[in-house]
Design a protein around this ligand. Structure first.
Ligand code: SF4
Ligand code: SF4
Length: 454
């Protein structure tokens, strides 16, 4: 039986433009621009310099603390190490490599002799060295999620919901690479010591569900597919846990609080590739779609490929294209330049030339309550919006703004066209700034008190 969660909306999924198109390989780009921040945590430090020769899979960025290493995605010469525009906003230190088209693979890429004989610790080390992160956009380092979850997690869930409109890369992977997904699940089962891994898939991907089930039967794998109702944001970690286990992640908590760990389909494929071939994350499947794209496609390309090359491979952009988004239409980031490049967390690139713009010159709340019904986090968006406008930080805390996952369901459903999600991003920043200000004031008062007493 299909399962669901509280709230959510039913946007037109717009997946027909690409869901029947096989993943294409992009012609190798002349140059890649590899940002040193592709994970949740502090950016990597570049460990190559201008003029260095690099090979595919060679480590070029080292992390410290919470993070994951970054690798060269083409062979060639480092043209520069300098800040470049970045899909998450602003500029970020990047390693720019001129492709020599020799496709030389680094000596650092070592295929394990017997992948199935690796111990749990060795498997985690492989995941860490391969730079695997949450490749659905969250970019949390996968090795940290695994090592932190062992002993606490009894339910391993794979996120195959792919609930954002337009995006179909995971669906295509289910059809074209099911052995990578199921193989990756088997390694996760071993690492967590569980006898079953659950893949949650929305029911609008029935052929994907069938493909996975066939492979599970062939491989006799400890994996089950759980069909899910098609409803946005089904792929949110908390919503997925609720739909699959019936348990709710507590406010402010992580899935591990209810014994769950959630992994993205792309990340699972990356685990399989790293364990069986030694190759780290150097390529990414990106759905290129939207009314501004002449020929929407799913394209696999080296990490760091300039997005313009992806649009060119799709017949270019239409005249009148007015919006570019990295990610899905609900949670993606609007871009102010096309000078960005593909990262590990970029699942789609959308360009709009039609009438998708729902912005109103005079957004007005008509108190219909639809945003409250839609919010999967049980929040009251209409009040949060009002408190943000009035900068009332105490009330924002009282109404739990920090639990907002910025999913955009309320903004999508709102007939008053209020800029709800944007306001909540700003509201969350207000709360953080206020907390930092109060902490600084308390520390200053304490220091003054101590000085007085000295
Ligand atoms: S959906 Fe929009 S118009 Fe309706 S109550 Fe919420 S904010 Fe107001
Ligand atoms: S953006 Fe925030 S407030 Fe709006 S529906 Fe999503 S979680 Fe709720």
């Amino acid at each position: 039986m299909a399962k669901a969660f509280f709230g959510g909306v039913h946007p037109n999924d717009m997946k027909a433009a690409t869901n029947e198109k096989a993943i294409e390989q992009l012609a190798p780009p002349k140059q890649v621009v590899i940002p040193m921040s592709q994970h949740f945590g502090a950016p990597c430090t570049p460990i190559v310099k201008k003029g260095d020769h690099v090979k595919i899979g060679q480590k070029i960025g080292e992390f410290r603390g919470l993070g994951a290493p970054i690798h060269a995605s083409v062979s060639g010469t480092v043209a520069a190490v300098e800040p470049r525009p970045y899909s998450m906003g602003g500029n970020i230190m990047s390693v720019i490599i001129n492709n020599d088209f020799q496709d030389e693979v680094s000596e650092e890429v070592v295929k394990p002799e017997d992948p199935d004989a690796l111990s749990v610790q060795e498997l985690i080390e492989v995941v860490k060295n391969a730079g695997i992160v949450g490749m659905g956009g969250a970019t949390f380092p996968t090795h940290v999620k695994i090592s932190g979850g062992i002993g606490q997690v009894d339910t391993v869930i794979i996120n195959g919901a792919e609930c954002e409109p337009y995006i179909t890369g995971d669906h295509r992977a289910m059809l074209e690479r099911p052995e990578q997904i199921i193989g990756g699940c088997c390694y996760l089962a071993k690492m967590f010591g569980v006898n079953k891994v659950i893949i949650g898939v929305e029911m609008n991907k029935q052929n994907g569900i069938d493909s996975l089930n066939r492979t599970i039967a062939e491989m006799k794998a400890p994996v089950v597919v759980q069909p899910l109702h098609t409803r946005y944001p089904q792929g949110g970690e908390k919503q997925l846990c609720q739909a699959i286990t019936g348990k709710q992640v507590p406010p402010g908590g992580l899935p591990s609080a209810i014994g769950c760990a959630v992994f993205n389909i792309n990340s699972v494929c990356a685990i399989y590739k790293a364990v069986t071939t030694g190759m780290p994350v150097v390529r990414k499947v990106v759905t290129v779609s939207g009314s501004g794209v002449n020929e929407p496609k799913n394209i696999e390309c080296p990490i760091g490929t300039p997005v313009g090359e992806l649009f060119d491979a799709c017949g270019g952009l239409k005249d009148g294209t007015w919006k570019l988004i990295a990610g899905g239409p609900m949670m993606g980031m609007a871009q102010y330049t096309a000078e960005i490049s593909v990262t590990k967390g970029m699942g789609s690139l959308l360009a709009f030339a039609g009438d998708e713009n729902k912005v109103s010159d005079n957004p007005t709340c008509i108190r219909c309550g639809r945003c409250v019904e839609a919010c999967p986090m049980h929040l009251e968006p209409l009040y949060l919006y009002m408190f943000v406008q009035k900068k009332r930080v105490d009330e924002l805390n009282e109404y739990h703004i920090m639990d907002c996952m910025e999913c955009g369901a309320c903004a999508y459903i709102c007939p008053g066209r209020l800029h709800l999600t944007q306001s909540f991003k700003a509201g969350k920043q207000m709360v953080k700034d206020d907390a930092a200000k109060k902490k600084a004031a308390a520390e200053a008062a304490k220091a003054a008190e101590e000085k007085k007493g000295a």
